[in-house]
Design a protein around this ligand. Structure first.
Ligand SMILES: [Zn+2]
Length: 128
């Protein structure tokens, strides 16, 4: 089912605890992936649990986990992180996937479409 959905950075923050716990559900609290990691999985779990996900920042989440990368809200076109995006299309599947766009890229797409439509209309006028 095709759709449009607004995706916010806050949505990513609100879901991070669930995503992190699910990802590492089979790891013990004292597990550390890399010797360079500043925190064990258990320390990250405890700090994530203490965060108020309604109000905390991306930096707060990064600090709780011990590394960045869990909160990403990137536009598929320009690859920039954005506080708000629109997702178009279907959930990724065998033949389909969605595109997630920032306002700037969506505006560029609309401008491109509008000028292409204007050129097409002009061509139709000439053909008459
Ligand atoms: Zn963009």
């Amino acid at each position: 089912m095709s759709r449009m959905k607004i995706i916010t950075q806050r949505d990513e923050i609100l879901s991070v605890r669930k995503r992190f716990f699910e990802q590492y559900k089979n790891h013990s609290d004292n597990y550390v992936f890399w010797l360079s990691d500043p925190k064990s999985i258990g320390e990250s779990r405890a700090e994530l649990s203490a965060l108020n996900l309604e109000t905390c920042s991306v930096a707060d989440v990064d600090a709780a986990i011990g590394r960045a990368g869990w909160i990403e809200n990137k536009c598929d076109i320009c690859r920039e992180d954005s506080p708000i995006l629109i997702q178009l299309g279907d959930e990724p599947d065998f033949e389909s996937r969605w595109q997630t766009l920032c306002a700037s890229c969506l505006k560029k797409a609309l401008d491109t479409l509008t000028s292409a439509a204007a050129v097409a209309a002009l061509n139709l006028e000439i053909e008459k």
